[in-house]
Write a protein that binds this ligand. Structure first.
Ligand code: S3P
Length: 438
């Protein structure tokens, strides 16, 4: 099985003046994964436009091809010839690379259909917790085992699963979605309670494919049944936009217009927090398409002040925490963020990664239990910061370089291709100076 990809290279961004421009960020990673998976399970041909073409989504597409779906990835659209839920038994382990979403959601779908397979990934993915899906899948009658609660996961053939009545113990949309995908082929209704209001893209997308799902408050009810193909347009990824928003906020005189960004309320907690910090942000041309709200965003530079982020806000900004912590370091005053435990289970332990990187840049950060406190007032120095093999850590520190008194060089920055291959080019278009080496 492929180990961590040999992707090397350092990235250094510096601001030579204000950033200006108008951009469209790549498609939403979470929504693209779901579109590929549901289209592969459906009967007929689906056409997906605006999808994210990056390492993570390509890994999921490769796995789905090995399972018998035909995925034709062109520049303008991805066409998926679905399998009508008759997946082939793959002849070799499926490698989901760095993608937690790909691995967990696919595990749910395969377990639901009782398709024997082995799901694996790179060194980072092998470290991430899988018991959170293994336990409820077992309760549905699935036979899925991991190695000490980790990938590789082995799925054995089983008879039909039965629906489950389950309250999610962790704030994880991947767990919720894995169980919904398993529930599609189960006997009886699957009823999930999500008190955390984690991202709801699966619930929104299932009806587009003819799935029967009903959401009332925290309760999600899925009635099993077949899916049929559909066409979808994926919005821009709010989590990628967050890095460009932050860059604009940090560099004096900057102004940016971002077109067609997804603004699903389960994802945009970062905007609420930025509002409290004094950011200048405006949403225009808000509209809904294919079940997902979107808008253009106008951002202008602002002087930020520290804030308090409550644990209940975390699920709506979980992927934005690395860049939020960089902004907190530059803001005036202290920022306290509660309920950060899930941050330790991402592509890296992001609490440790942020602690290491911010310390290098002379920023004081305190971790007490599940609360982190960042002492603002600006980055004190430049230096070399390691990405820790994590795309969002790499992008957060690259953006920090725009506000540091000396260059910040992010090593092993090639991991950015996991979710945002055009990141450096887009910042260069806005006027940042980009130096890449290695
Ligand atoms: C995702 C859910 C979140 C998020 C990840 C994508 C998804 O993870 O951090 O980047 O697509 O469902 P968890 O489900 O582990 O919280």
């Amino acid at each position: 099985m492929r180990r961590r990809a040999a992707r090397v290279g350092a990235l250094r961004l510096s601001a030579v003046g204000a950033l200006h421009g108008e951009l469209r960020v790549p498609g939403d990673k979470s929504i693209t994964h779901r579109a590929l998976l549901l289209a592969a399970l459906a009967t007929g041909k689906s056409r997906i436009t605006g999808g994210l073409d990056a390492a993570d989504t390509r890994a999921t597409a490769r796995a789905l091809n090995a399972l018998g779906a035909h995925i034709d990835w062109r520049d303008e659209a991805v066409c998926v010839q679905g399998t009508g839920a008759s997946l082939l038994r793959p002849s070799a382990p499926l490698d989901l690379g760095n993608s937690g979403t790909g691995l967990r959601l696919l595990a749910g779908a395969l377990a639901g259909l009782g398709v024997p397979a082995v799901l694996d990934g790179d060194a980072s993915l092998r470290r991430r917790p899988m018991a959170r899906i293994l336990q409820p899948l077992a309760a549905m009658g699935a036979a899925v085992t991991g190695r000490g609660g980790h990938a590789p996961l082995r799925i054995e053939a089983t008879g039909s699963l039965h629906g489950i009545d389950y309250q999610l113990p962790v704030a994880s949309a991947q767990v919720k979605s894995a169980l919904l995908l398993a529930g599609l082929a189960a006997a009886g209704t699957t009823r999930l309670v999500d008190p955390f209001h984690s991202r709801d893209h699966t619930e929104r997308m299932l009806p587009r494919f003819g799935g029967r799902v009903r959401v009332v408050g925290e309760v999600i009810e899925l009635i099993p049944g077949p899916l049929r193909a559909t066409d979808l347009e994926i919005p821009g990824d709010f989590s990628s936009a967050a890095f460009l928003i932050a860059a604009t906020l940090l560099v004096p005189g900057s102004r940016l217009l971002l077109r067609g960004v997804g603004i699903n309320p389960t994802r945009t907690g970062f905007l609420t927090v930025l509002g409290r910090m004094g950011a200048g942000l405006r949403l225009v041309a808000e509209h809904n398409q294919d079940g997902e709200p979107r808008a253009d965003m106008e951002i202008t530079h602002a002087v930020l002040t520290g804030t308090h982020v409550a644990a209940a806000e975390i699920p709506s900004l979980i992927d934005e925490l690395p860049i939020l912590m960089v902004l907190a370091a530059v803001a005036h005053g202290e920022t306290k963020i509660e309920g950060i435990e899930e941050l330790r289970h991402k592509e890296s332990d992001r609490v440790e990664a942020l602690y290491a990187g911010l310390s290098r840049l002379g920023v004081g950060m305190r971790v007490e239990g599940h609360t982190v406190t960042i002492h603002g007032g600006g980055l004190r120095r430049g230096g070399e910061v390691d990405s820790q093999g994590d795309h969002r850590v790499a992008m957060a520190f690259a953006v920090a370089g725009l506000a540091a008194p000396a260059p910040v060089s992010v090593t092993d920055a090639g991991w950015i291709a996991t979710s945002f291959p055009g990141f450096a080019t887009q910042l260069a278009t806005l006027g940042a100076r980009v130096d890449q080496s290695g």
